[in-house]
Design a protein around this ligand. Structure first.
Ligand code: IPM
Ligand code: MG
Length: 368
């Protein structure tokens, strides 16, 4: 049998530097755990625009459709701010999500013990935190029609449409309930049913799926604004949160800071199973391209490395090796290795991106 295939799209900004560390980790698993992947690399985002005039070529789109999993770094940067909307770097990422139909975006927010003091919240509020945000990723206001900027009388009007079908809500709710079954058995669904019809339908369908097929799960509903407040007031009350595309974008950034740094958070975007039984999948860190520190070897590669751990778990059914990698990261943090984003005060020397990667490899070696 051939090795599972991985398409790596480092993208822009700090994407290439953090992905270089992931490639070392992938090689380690091939050499030391006999877990080999066929890796190819290509362009997405601004770097694709620079070469091809589009943020994602059809060729790369087709490749993404045919591999077992895609690993993406980050897209975007100020250099591309002036571009026409249709060719902005972000459009490349959104096209991948949409055409691969990656409807369930899993964003775990875990607070490693060694980092509990780095959160802007008090240690006791975040220590031991382990929540999972399931964000709907292929619909809602990100893709709804009509959209655009039109002229009405003597002024312009910006239009976007929030739109959800019952089946779109149904399938992402199921993903959340299935995950909750493997965790603490609780799901909180967030919308704005008090002001949005799409929120009323969202609440109704999530409840219906629950009552029909997941009565063993404890389901609650919350308005998304309250959800944001509860996330910073008492985040440990949550297990799985399921929410729409835009609220999920906001709430997952909030949840990220609970853990100390945006540089720590991985994500998995999953679609329907392919012929080989594996889900369509793209893994990427939640952080962006961080153009202010790009190319300086300062970026924290952990979010991207933990995204590869999620690939091991969700695409390749190797939860054991995923745990090995997560434990290696935990150990390195416990040993006090810190990239600049994890340094609270001046003083002490920050580890470079590559030093962090090497420390994680050393911890992996130690795990054998
Ligand atoms: C995210 C990002 C993206 C989004 C951008 C880069 C298009 O913020 O993955 O959270 O808005 O979905
Ligand atoms: Mg975001």
């Amino acid at each position: 049998m051939s090795n599972p295939s991985l398409l790596i799209l480092p993208g822009d900004g700090i994407g290439p530097e953090v992905m270089a560390e992931v490639r070392k980790i992938i090689e380690w698993f091939g050499d030391r755990r006999d877990l080999k992947f066929d890796v190819t690399e290509d362009l997405v985002g601004g770097c694709s625009y620079d070469v091809h005039g589009v943020p994602l070529t059809d060729e790369v789109m087709n490749k993404a459709q045919s591999v077992d999993a895609v690993l993406l770094g980050a897209v975007g940067g100020p250099k591309y701010d002036g571009l026409d909307f249709s060719v902005k770097p972000e459009r490349g990422l959104l096209r991948l999500r949409k055409e691969m139909d990656l409807f369930a975006n899993l964003r775990p927010a875990q607070c490693f013990d060694a980092l509990a003091d780095f959160s802007s919240l008090k240690r006791e509020v975040v220590a031991g935190l382990d929540i999972m945000i399931v964000r709907e990723l292929t619909s809602g206001i990100y893709f709804g029609e009509p959209r655009g900027i039109i002229t009405e009388g003597n002024e312009r009007v910006g239009i976007n449409t929030q739109r959800y079908t019952e089946s779109e809500i149904d399938r992402v709710a199921r993903s959340a309930f299935e995950l909750a079954r493997k965790r603490d058995g609780r799901v909180c669904s967030m919308e704005k049913a008090n002001v949005m019809e799409s929120g009323i339908l969202w609440r109704e369908v999530v409840q219906r799926v629950h009552d029909a097929d997941y009565p063993d799960i404890e389901l609650s509903h919350m308005y998304a604004d309250n959800g944001g407040m509860q996330l910073v007031r008492n985040p440990k009350q949550f297990d799985v949160i399921v929410t729409d595309n835009l609220f999920g974008d906001l709430l997952s950034d909030v949840a990220a800071m609970l853990t100390g740094s945006l540089g720590m958070l991985p994500s998995a975007s999953l679609g329907a199973p392919m012929e080989n039984g594996r889900p369509k999948a793209l893994y990427e860190p939640v952080h962006g391209s961080a153009p202010d520190i790009a190319g300086q070897g300062k970026a924290n590669p952990i979010a991207c490395i933990l995204s590869f751990a999620m690939a091991l778990r969700y695409s390749f059914d190797r939860g054991d090796e995923a745990t090995r990698l997560e434990k290696a990261v935990e150990q390195v943090l416990a040993d006090g290795v810190r990239t600049a984003d994890l340094m609270q005060t001046e003083g002490g020397r920050a580890a470079s991106t590559a030093e962090m990667g090497d420390a994680i490899i050393a911890a992996l070696e130690g795990s054998l």
